[in-house]
Design a protein around this ligand. Structure first.
Ligand code: BMA
Length: 323
């Protein structure tokens, strides 16, 4: 049985669902790669909306059932982003983590000096506090763990190392960084590498990992680059040690989601499923997801729309091959 089933309503969000927000957002080009988190009885998405000027804006959407979303009428405003000392051209691919009675947003920020990882905090998704843009010269796919480790915060990230001349910078290793305050991050080591020639040659973390009794359940994206004219973006799973997430307990040999539907095969960037948000309903008294816990995985399809796939935590765990 496949561990993930696509929603029959896919794509669950398209540009038709984005209300005009002049002067920026009018008849936008695409909406994709959302962060996701549960807020009380609401399912919240932070959408990446791309205007026809190919500028990116973040926009909130909310839902009572995790499938039908209402898009808020004002884009997210993170004060201070315009005075960080260099021009931020785009902010995109936000990951949302519930932490310390609030929510942390980690997003990619394209600047002249490369892609940085911005961090902001909110309690209500209306007002945001910018914590910083980090120091690493070129890094992406930053994802904060929804827990502290002996007082420290940990994140997964993916340093960019340009692998092909002339191509946008990318990377082939998911790493861990540690921070005392969510502002200053120190690299701690490498978690796993891409597997040359297979489905996940280049990799990056997807949504924030989910805590289970077996370990941290991580959905990540893998890119197959050996098909000549097009890169194929897929999703797979890994299980990381609960106490020491630098240690990989297991990893799926195969992907668990790959472009097959027309909305994944065709669009602004063809052949892309990009997992970026996951909401797990029901955790036990100590905050662990159980094998029966239902999950909703939100992903961008072909850099054009937002899609949903559902499953259980146990189903995804069964896709993990032991290391
Ligand atoms: C990656 C990121 C994602 C995007 C993907 C496919 O490098 O830029 O935002 O969805 O490429 O184009």
């Amino acid at each position: 049985m496949r561990p993930l089933v696509r929603s029959a309503d896919n794509p669950i969000l398209t540009t038709m669902d984005i209300p005009p927000m002049p002067p920026d957002i009018r008849d936008p080009s695409s909406v994709f790669n959302p962060g996701a988190v549960r807020w009380g009885d609401r399912y919240m998405l932070m959408l990446r909306v791309q205007t026809r000027g190919r500028r990116t804006r973040l926009v909130m959407a909310e839902s009572g059932n995790g499938r039908e979303f209402t898009v808020w009428r004002e884009p997210v405003h993170i004060p201070g982003l315009d005075s960080v000392g260099e021009t931020v051209h785009h902010v995109y691919d936000p990951r949302l983590t519930a932490l310390d009675d609030g929510f942390v947003v980690m997003f990619a920020a394209d600047t002249e000096s490369g892609c940085r990882l911005g961090t902001a905090r909110t309690r209500d998704f209306r007002t945001f506090e910018l914590l910083g843009l980090g120091e690493h010269p070129d890094i992406r796919n930053g994802v904060v763990f929804p827990a502290r480790f002996g007082g420290s915060y940990l994140r997964l990230d993916r340093p960019n190392r340009s692998l092909e001349p002339g191509e946008p910078p990318s990377g082939d290793a998911i790493c861990v960084s540690e921070s005392p305050d969510l502002v200053n991050w120190e690299p701690r080591g490498e978690v796993m590498r891409g597997r040359p020639r297979y489905w996940d040659e280049r990799i990056g973390a997807g949504p924030p990992p989910v805590r289970t009794r077996h370990g941290w359940l991580l959905v990540y994206h893998g890119i197959a680059t050996h098909f000549g004219s097009v890169n194929i973006y897929q999703a797979g799973v890994a299980l990381l040690d609960l106490e020491d997430p630098l240690r990989v307990v297991g990893r799926s040999r195969d992907n668990v989601l790959e472009p097959r539907k027309m909305y994944e095969l065709v669009g602004q960037v063809p052949n892309v499923v990009f997992p970026s948000g996951m909401i797990v309903d029901d955790v036990d008294d100590e905050g662990f997801a159980t094998d029966e816990s239902k999950l909703r995985l939100y992903y961008g399809a072909a850099d054009s729309t937002v899609c949903l796939a559902t499953g259980t935590v146990g189903g995804l765990l069964s896709a993990v091959d032991r290391a």
